[in-house]
Design a protein around this ligand. Structure first.
Ligand SMILES: C[S@@+](CC[C@H](N)C(=O)[O-])C[C@H]1O[C@@H](n2cnc3c(N)ncnc32)[C@H](O)[C@@H]1O
Length: 271
């Protein structure tokens, strides 16, 4: 694992316990039976009952276990041992069947065999990946013939704007286009940890344009069914966003209207 991935992995390991205690993740509500998935992916992916589903970058498994509650046979993958340990313990506690694998997704084919009806990934995943061509190959590798890939993700256009707690308006600050050299961030806390910052602050992240995402999947042999863009975010991405009551965060008219989320569905070709 490269030094950048190792630094990110240490950061994610530390965030697991902070996130598990956060209102954002609401583990208590999940244990009481709540599903953590957004309506967006539930409606766009459709009925998963009886289908095998591979969840890439599953964090500590709440969405993975939610798909299992909806009847899917799930496997969740994350490179953080702390995340996978908590996912396994939640699985035992709520009594749902699920398989969890600790792996860097670039390396997954060396560790996990089999194919899946659905490969799923969501919200805050692509910026941690250095190589989208490899990511798309891994997705294609795991899909059954005519299997479905679905992603709901932060829109890369929204990621160009300054997003720290003193941001007052949309100001271009970060690159839109990919560079092999990652951006280095010094973070105080995370999207979910509130005031709790932890001790690990440095992360390395990569920009990927929307075109990079689509073309990586096409080059890996997938056929795109749709690409949708939405003017709302899944977390308070900028301090001036306002909650809409449905779990999303929106800009008011004063700040304009930009895409902050996209979703994409694709199919693998025949056998
Ligand atoms: C923002 S979280 C995903 C959030 C998920 N949608 C949720 O709300 O729980 C990103 C996840 O990607 C994982 N991750 C980052 N880089 C990875 C890699 N190279 N391989 C596997 N997992 C990775 C992190 O450990 C983290 O759990």
């Amino acid at each position: 694992m490269s030094e950048h991935l190792e630094t990110n992995r240490a950061w994610w390991n530390e965030k697991v316990s902070l996130h598990a205690e956060s209102g954002f993740y609401d583990v208590k509500g999940f244990k009481a039976g709540k599903l953590t998935l957004m309506d967006l992916e539930r409606e766009e992916l459709g009925d998963v009952a009886g289908k095998s589903l591979l969840h890439l970058q599953c964090h500590f498994g709440l969405d993975t276990l939610s798909w299992a509650r909806l009847g899917a046979q799930v496997t969740g993958v994350d490179f953080s041992p702390e995340a996978i340990a908590l996912a396994c313990s939640l699985r035992e506690e709520v009594g749902v069947e699920a398989n969890f694998v600790c792996s860097d997704i670039h390396e997954l084919p060396g560790l996990l065999s089999g194919r899946f009806d659905i490969v799923f990934t969501s919200y805050g995943v692509l910026c941690w990946l250095s190589d989208l061509a490899r990511w798309a190959e891994v997705i294609a590798h795991y899909l059954e013939p005519h299997g479905t890939f679905y992603i709901a993700e932060i829109h890369p256009f929204a990621s160009v704007f300054y997003d720290r707690c003193d941001a007052e308006k949309l100001e271009v600050h970060y690159p839109y286009f990919h560079d092999t050299e990652p951006m280095r961030f010094e973070n105080q806390g995370s999207y979910a940890s509130g005031g709790a910052a932890g001790t690990r602050h440095v992360t390395y992240e990569w920009a990927h344009s929307l075109g990079d995402v689509v073309n990586a999947l096409i080059s890996a042999g997938l056929q795109i069914e749709f690409l949708h863009e939405f003017p709302y975010a899944c977390y308070r991405m900028f301090p001036f966003l306002e909650p809409d009551g449905g779990g999303w965060w929106r800009l008011n008219a004063k700040h304009g209207c930009i895409p902050m989320t996209f979703s994409l569905k694709a199919y693998s070709g025949g056998a």
